[in-house]
Design a protein around this ligand. Sequence first.
Ligand code: SKM
Length: 275
Amino acid sequence: AIVGGVCGQPIKHSMSPVIHNAWIAAAGLDAAYVPFAPAADRFETFVDGLRGGAVRGLNVTIPFKERALAVADTASDLARMAGAANLLVFNEDGSVHADNTDGPGLLGAIAIQAPGFDVTAAPVVILGAGGAARGAVAALLLAGAPRIAVVNRTVARAQDLADTFGEKVVAKGEDALPALLPEAGLIINATSLGLGGGAGPSADLTLTPKTAVVMDMVYKPLRTEFLRRAEAAGRRTVDGLEMLLRQAIPTFETIYGQAPSPKIDVRVLALKLLG
Ligand code: SKM
């Protein structure tokens, strides 16, 4: 059997097992996709224990994406550029390869839910400075974003991120938002605020241009408080489920060696379960 999985802390909310197991069933594969939640201080030990063993590939989510890159022996250009990985591949020789499918997932989700949006036209504001934010910055720079402001409560963490990317990426504190938002073409929540319900980031979305697109990487609930505020302000939105699905497609191809069947609509399936 081919075994894949997802590893995070928390992991209960993850829709990845539903998505991948539905594709596995549709393809009639002898395979499985399993959730793992190692203790936060034992991530590296956990990954080392899987080397050369039964698991072929592992998605990595909050809070382990940067440590996933660090623990790997080799990495794709995108994972290296991002400084974060959301996919670890276990080779038979015991080595581990890191990849990042979040960036392509983000761009794919925008293309589907905000068709015609031009990433090159206006600055991007990213809320959060963790591994998910890193994947987003790397992909948006490659797609031609003119300027990216990374806004984080702890500015030093945003500065660490900005320092790895060069002059188009700037680190800011939350007090800079009233000046940044009126210029922004795309605003992305890459924090976990809003996960499981509750308030999202406090950015005042009514300050954004009417043409701005607002995106949330959180997908549980699907209509987060942040996205509901964007909708109330009349902005176009991109949801975290679409990004999850878009990053899952190349993940599935890598772990299971074939493209997922287009015959099964995993978005509809996930929507039912998200309620
Ligand atoms: O990058 C993805 C990850 O591969 C899986 C995931 C999930 O299962 O919630 C979320 C994102 O971090």
